[in-house]
Design a protein around this ligand. Structure first.
Ligand code: FES
Length: 163
């Protein structure tokens, strides 16, 4: 018992000394970026994924980028980007051009061209990525996957007008 207490005390002392050392270094650094700013920059770097640029689709239809697991769709004047993985169990969905829909071969869920669920075991529409038009290209932020159930507003607005 006393050994545990001693270890806890040692650990607390170690943490306290470490925090004091960080505070001292921050004070010495003067105009260097404060620790919380560095932490935030680091955290942002972890969250943000690669931005992938695509040509703006000239007409309605779907483009599947398998290596990056991204679907790019132009539908009724708006470009959307989705994860290629079905939101049920992660199977890669397929584009059925003749039926103008996405289809999951695993449990037969179907989705509208803009990603909303039509029917099947999938609990929601295809997960979308944030997109923007920049320099005449569609830029897809693959670091931010938007789940329709968790962020209905973000999902609804994840698209870029092109017409
Ligand atoms: S994995 Fe797609 S519906 Fe089940």
């Amino acid at each position: 018992m006393s050994e545990c207490l001693s270890r806890d005390t040692d650990r607390r002392g170690f943490l306290r000394d470490g925090l004091m050392a960080v505070a001292a270094l921050t004070a010495i650094a003067g105009d260097a970026a404060p620790l919380h700013a560095l932490t935030r920059r680091y955290a942002t770097g972890l969250v943000a994924g690669p931005a992938i640029s695509y040509d703006i689709p000239a007409a309605d239809g779907a483009t599947i980028d398998k290596p990056n697991r991204v679907i790019l769709v132009r539908y009724q004047g708006t470009v959307h980007a989705f994860s290629l993985e079905c939101p049920h169990k992660g199977t890669m969905v397929e584009w059925q051009g003749d039926k103008a829909r996405f289809y999951c071969p695993k449990h037969k869920s179907t989705f509208q061209p803009e990603g909303s669920r039509i029917q099947g075991k999938a609990p929601r529409g295809l997960d979308r990525y944030a997109v923007r038009i920049e320099g005449g290209k569609v830029v897809v932020d693959t670091g931010k996957l938007i789940d329709q159930e968790k962020d209905a507003g973000g999902w609804a607005s994840a698209g870029a007008k092109v017409a």
